[in-house]
Ligand binder design. Structure first.
Ligand code: UDP
Length: 486
């Protein structure tokens, strides 16, 4: 290393996502973005998760990208987890989540051994890995936080934390305005996360995450400036954080194979789906998917199925049932046979980005996980927002109250866990939302046109001269400077 010109020395970054698809998928895209700018990118993961990245990594290496995977053993047994349980997808209840995070926290020392062995120049680590800031500091390298979500969410949580506007509200359903934000954002007490209102086992971790973020070098955000400009400014000026908006990172996937193989193996051949979509009119198909982790109960799925039967639009529905349920039993009699012309059902995992990018898709019913929401924005489609857990209610508020490209359905109650007992969203409400979104009414046309504009802005942001592209370049320049004068 001594004889290398420090200005031209190749940078080496570690990329360490939490082991959950909604975290691994965008972090991997980010690692590939760095690799495509000449950085050596090392993805840190555990044995059972490595296959998520291996095929794309092999393809990238054939294109001379310096990208590789480092495996850390996941201490399942020590943490009291069942063997092979290495992904949040494998968890079967709130009890196991504590054991899972215990195992995750036990990765701090193995990570430090990797720092010792490989001496990377920086690390991008998931926000949940709060100890990564301290570990990076021990080795004198910058740690970047990756939340996997938008800046709007951070601003709303900051305001809730500072002003606690929900404390003076008598009922769970009465609305209040979140103070101090650039837009009038309304919430109800039931939408406010539990950790603001009651003691939860997660309070300590939430605080550790906040502290580590403040001490970190900065935050990488999978969004783009034009999507939430006032919130990006608020985050910088009011909250005093440094952030680089470098998304939408899904646009890193340019060819069919990269788009189709994001995350898990799809349950359906991608060419079959594309042919099916080719046979439909532009903007005529509703895509329905609730993310990688959440599972609805059979009663709620039945309401969706009945709504789909009665409405007239074509649809693709990705079905994930609750663990151990008899998968088909919730469907109305002969549902699949009857829906053959109109609908395509995909079980467990669909090539989402590929589907959303097809011109026949005219709407997206989503649980508002941030990746899905942004993928919908990027595809230029309006949404039916149906948040299920964690920060998804905030993402819904961004879509419905700020961007105004969505219609909400579902309960308006914050939920910690990704399996829901709730089945209160009835067929009629779902059907009405589909007709409003997919129909020809003024409201639908307006949302469609706003969504198209945002999709354009998203694509421009990552192109040469676009905002995300420029922020990414300036981040790389700053990193080089920082590392050379260190
Ligand atoms: N995804 C997919 N196919 C599926 C379900 C999910 O490709 O059938 C991808 C989706 O494109 C997104 C990620 O998985 O990139 C899900 O992340 P998100 O933040 O939307 O939700 P989460 O799964 O974390 O709840």
């Amino acid at each position: 290393m001594g004889s290398e010109d420090p200005q031209n020395r190749q940078l080496h970054g570690f990329f360490f996502p939490l082991m959950a698809y909604g975290h691994m998928i965008p972090m991997f895209d980010i690692a590939r973005m760095f690799a495509s700018r000449g950085v050596k990118a090392t993805i840190i993961t555990t044995p059972a998760n490595a296959s998520t990245f291996s095929k794309a990594t092999e393809r990238d290496r054939l294109l001379n990208l310096d990208i590789n995977i480092q495996i850390l053993q996941f201490p399942t047994e020590e943490a009291g987890l069942p063997e092979g349980c290495e992904n949040m997808n494998d968890l079967d209840g709130l009890d196991t989540i504590h054991a899972f995070f215990k195992a995750v926290n036990m990765l701090q020392q193995p990570l430090e051994r990797l720092f010792e062995d490989y001496q990377p120049d920086f690390i991008v680590a998931d926000f949940v890995l709060h100890w990564a800031t301290e570990s990076a500091a021990k080795f004198g390298i910058p740690r970047f936080v990756f939340h996997g979500t938008n800046i709007f969410w951070q601003c709303v949580e900051h305001s809730l934390d500072c002003y606690k506007p929900f404390e003076d509200i008598a009922s769970d359903t009465e609305t209040f305005v979140v103070p101090g934000l650039p837009d009038k954002i309304e919430m109800t007490r039931s939408q406010v996360p539990d950790h603001f209102k009651v003691e939860t086992p997660f309070i300590e971790m939430v605080q550790q995450i906040k502290d580590s973020e403040v001490k970190s070098y900065g935050v990488l955000v999978n969004s783009f400036y034009e999507l939430e400009p006032a919130y990006a400014d608020y985050y910088r000026d009011i909250m005093g954080r440094r952030a680089w908006q470098i998304g939408p990172v899904s646009l890193r996937n340019k060819n069919t194979i990269d788009k189709a193989q994001r995350g898990k193996q799809s349950a359906i051949d991608e060419h079959y789906v594309l042919n099916w979509l080719d046979s439909k009119e532009p903007n005529s198909v509703l895509y329905i998917c609730f993310g990688s982790t959440s599972r609805m109960n059979n009663a709620q799925l039945l309401e969706i199925a009945m709504a789909l039967e009665d409405q007239k639009f074509s649809f693709i529905w990705v079905i994930r049932t609750t663990q151990n349920s008899d998968e088909k039993s919730f469907l109305p009699a002969c549902f699949e046979e009857n829906m053959k012309e109109k609908g395509l059902i995909i079980r467990e995992w669909a090539p989402q980005v590929l589907i959303l990018g097809h011109p026949s898709i005219g709407g997206f019913m989503t649980h508002c996980g941030w990746n899905s929401t942004l993928e919908g924005v990027t595809a230029g489609v309006p949404m039916i927002t149906w948040p299920l857990f964690a920060e998804q209610l905030h993402n819904e508020n961004l879509v419905t109250q700020v961007l105004k490209t969505g219609i909400r359905v579902g309960t308006q109650k914050w939920n910690q866990w990704f399996e829901t007992e709730d089945a209160s969203t009835k067929k009629d409400e779902i059907e009405k939302a589909i007709n409003r979104l997919m129909g020809d009414g003024e409201e639908a046309k307006e949302m469609r046109s706003k969504a198209k504009e945002l999709g354009e802005l998203a694509r421009k942001a990552v192109e040469e001269g676009g905002s995300s592209n420029a922020e990414f370049t300036s981040l790389l320049e700053e990193l080089r400077l920082y590392i050379n004068v260190r």
